[in-house]
Structure formats: C-alpha cells, structure tokens
Design a protein around this ligand. Structure first.
Ligand SMILES: [Zn+2]
Length: 470
C-alpha cells in the first residue's frame, strides 16, 4: 500500500506599503534601530484606535485577485486573542469568518505536469513584533508590529513536498509581479505554515494533520515536509498514526520537526468582531476594476514565450518573472518582429547590468540594432557594442554606430572595387584557389578586410570573392 502526503499551506506575505496597517509608522523597518518605527497605536497603548490603511487594503485585494480569488463585497475584522510578549495589544486584528477574498486557483507545473491548486481564502491582518532571545534575556522589537500581511490559505491539494515548494515559489512570483509584496524571504516578508497528513493513495478521507509553523525559506519548507512525511509514514506502519491535530516546529540546524503543542493545549483564540474598525464594503465596480487591473501572470507568459515566440525554457523563465523586463522584451519583440533575437540581445547585453531599468536603453534600441545587423551594416558583435553604449548614452543606434566606428562597409560598388584590386594584386593565390586550395580564399578575404580597414561585411566579401573567381 502506497502512502501519499496531503499538504496545505498558509502563506503570510508582507504587503509593500509605505506605512503600517493601522497607523502611519514606516513599514520599511529592515535594518532600522529596534523600536524606532513605532507609535502608541502599534505599541498597543490603551485607548488608541486603529485606522485601516487604504493602500494595504488595495494591495491585499490585488494580491487576492491575482490568485484568482473572488473579492468579497463585504468583509470585516476580528480580534484573535492570545498573549505573547511580541503582541502588545494582547490580540491580533485579523479576519475570521468574512475575509476580503475567497475561492481562488493557482496553476503550477511540476516535472512538466500542470496542476491547479485551490485557494480557500485570503485575509488581511497585522504582524506581531519580533523577539530576540539572548543569554541575558529576551529583547522585544516592535518595528514589525502592525505591518500589513495577507494570509493565503490553500486547499489540501498539494501531494508532495516538491509541489509545495513549487507552489510557494509561484505565489512569490505572482505577488511580486502585481506589486502586492516584495515577498523577500531573507527579510522575512514571506513565511509559511505547512499542514501535512498521510493516507493510502486513492483514498479520499483526510486524516489528522501536523501543522509545521513558521518556515521561512523554500528549502526549509521542502525539508520540513519531507521529514514530517517520513515520520508520519513510519508511525502509520507501526500502526500508531496521528490521532489528533499537532503543532510542530522545524529546527533548521538539526533538520527535524519537534512537537510544540497537541490538541489538548491548542489555543482558543476567542475571536470576536473588532469593535474599533468598521466593516469593509467594496462595490461591484471597484471589484471589476481590480480584477481588470491584473496583468498576464508569469506562468502564462512563460508558456506563451515558449510556444508562440520560440524561446527556450531558460530564456522564457528569465524574461517572464519581472514585470518591467517582460514589458521591455515584449515591446522589443513587437517592434523588431524578431522575438528570439531580441531575447538574446536583452539577456546577453542589457541584463548584464542589474539596474538596467534605470539606464537610457529603450525597446527601440533593441529593434534598431537588430535591423542594422540584418542589413549587414554592423556585425552581431558591433550590434552588442551599440546596445551596451545606448544604456549609458541613450543616443540612436545609428549615431552610436558611427560614434563607435563599428559600421561595416556594405556599399556593393565600393567593395567590388576592393575585391577586384585584391584579385589583380594576388595572381598566385587566385591560381591556388582555382586548383582547389581553399585556404587561398581565406587569404584573399583577409586582404580585402585589410584593404577596407576592417570595416567590410565579411559574409558579403566572401560572396563577392566567390562570384568574381568563378
Ligand atoms: Zn505605529
């Protein structure tokens, strides 16, 4: 009997807003001095009132819509009560039974197979502060307290640790693409709780699960699920399967899960409606507007670039993951009508500078350079030099061609004269070529290139030499 894992994820992503969710404090506290981005609201002082940050709501809705979720015309906030030193209010403001969005779907592709993963819900909530445990005690930093988060809850549709990892990476790409979150794992902007249970393959019943809390990298997500799957399999085989829900932690250094609490000690959050915040209502028009603002997403672009534009997987992957880059590429491909060649130039020349979007290069430069190469006015090396220079200088490709001196002599009349002169001046080589010595042709070609000062178009010279000598 083959056992399969049944996995669901809860993903917390920090929304990329200027200020926090309920107050005007700076939301970008990375690297800031502890407790320097705080005010009475996010420090949970008595009597302080939260005010919903409109931009956080908008980004949350956009994130939810990009995961195919239905935005709810009515949603409300609830208090989730628990005591912890990093939570100064003694409660977190979250959404319980009426979140901002429900029922989405995200496509993933694992080992060439496409699969849809259901999204149960997306809700808005604030983050807690951060504790640092030292030998002399625990330090509290409330800079992160009140940071806006969306929590994305999936259906238990994932069937392997690999699928879970690919799915989490896809969510990161999508949230970045629509600008909802920078989802930077190193800065803790995206974190996962993963639930896993097992069952015999082909059965529908869901068994008690283990929830692994606070995984903060794709690698630990994968490893923790892998470890927990093996652990549960062993228990199953010993006829001691999980009997109730358990909450686990993941020890990165030891690469194992540990029990944090079982069902008996589970939290009772005593949710109740947040009395200090009005419900959120969104009109049908606003919902439509948000849905229509969602661009084509990375995975769809990836398929299209491969199928319709003939790019390789690696090229398409790179060009589809960033909205600025994919827009630049699509414009270049459209102007030049040469998507494959445009992709090549962009990847080899423009992306050499990671801040390329701050340079002066435009899609017109790419298209013009491709045209110059096609006409034989410059070699492909010369074309790359022009494109590279356009990033700093922003001048037209033609002007740069002259400035850099990379123009190839393609004037047929002028070249013909050079070819004739070389043939007349090297009778021995001509005879050798006619006697079947191919390297004589290389020599003659070298002479023409030399006479042109290196500016002749080599394929054109070769063609003319062959014609003259035949
Ligand atoms: Zn504040």
């Amino acid at each position: 009997m083959e056992l399969e894992p049944v996995i669901g994820l809860e993903i917390h992503a920090q929304l990329s807003t200027k200020s926090k969710l309920w107050c005007g404090c700076d939301n970008d506290a990375f690297g800031a001095e502890p407790n320097s981005r705080v005010c009475p609201v996010c420090m949970g002082f008595p009597g302080m009132l939260p005010v919903l940050n409109k931009s956080a709501l908008e980004k949350g809705l956009k994130g939810a819509a990009s995961l195919g979720c239905k935005i709810q015309p009515f949603s409300k906030f609830d208090r989730k009560n628990y005591f912890y030193p990093d939570l100064p209010n003694g409660f977190q403001i979250s959404q319980y039974d009426q979140p901002i969005a429900l029922k989405g779907k995200v496509e993933i592709e694992v080992a060439g197979k496409k699969k849809m993963i259901g999204i149960t819900r997306v809700h808005l909530e604030n983050d807690a502060g951060k504790l640092t445990h030292t030998k002399s005690g625990t330090l509290c930093d409330y800079n992160r307290s009140g940071t806006p988060l969306i929590e994305i809850v999936t259906e238990p549709d994932l069937r392997s640790p690999e699928e879970a990892k690919v799915f989490a990476q896809e969510i990161q790409k999508i949230l970045r693409f629509v600008g909802a979150s920078s989802a930077d794992m190193e800065k803790g902007m995206m974190r996962f709780d993963a639930s896993i249970s097992i069952r015999p393959q082909g059965k529908d019943k869901l068994n008690p699960r283990a929830e692994i809390k606070n995984l903060n990298s794709f690698v630990s997500l994968f490893k923790a699920l892998n470890y927990e799957f093996k652990r549960q399999k062993k228990l199953w085989e010993q006829k001691k399967p999980l009997e109730g829900e358990v909450t686990m932690g993941w020890l990165d250094d030891e690469e194992k899960t540990v029990l944090l609490r079982d069902k008996e000690s589970a939290h009772d959050y005593r949710y109740f409606p947040e009395p200090d915040l009005p419900p959120v209502t969104i009109s049908e028009e606003e919902i439509k507007e948000i849905e229509e603002s969602i661009p084509e997403l990375p995975l769809s672009k990836l398929h299209r670039y491969k199928k319709e534009l003939g790019l390789t997987e690696a090229e398409a992957l790179k060009l589809a993951e960033d909205p600025r880059l994919s827009e630049f590429f699509e414009k270049s491909a459209e102007l030049s009508k040469k998507p494959k060649k445009a992709a090549n130039l962009i990847l080899s020349v423009i992306l050499a500078d990671s801040a390329w979007y701050q340079t002066l290069v435009t899609p017109e430069h790419v298209a013009d350079v491709l045209l110059l190469i096609e006409k034989g006015a410059v070699s492909s090396t010369g074309g790359k030099e022009i494109l590279s220079a356009s990033m700093d200088k922003g001048k037209s490709a033609k002007d740069l061609m002259k400035e850099l001196g990379v123009e190839q002599m393609s004037d047929v009349g002028e070249l013909e004269n050079l070819v004739k002169e070389v043939i007349d001046g090297n009778p021995d080589s001509v005879t050798a070529y006619k006697n079947g010595k191919d390297n004589a042709l290389q020599f003659l070609m070298g002479q023409v290139m030399k006479a042109s000062g290196g500016s002749a178009n080599p394929p054109l010279v070769l063609e003319m030499l062959k014609k003259e000598l035949s």
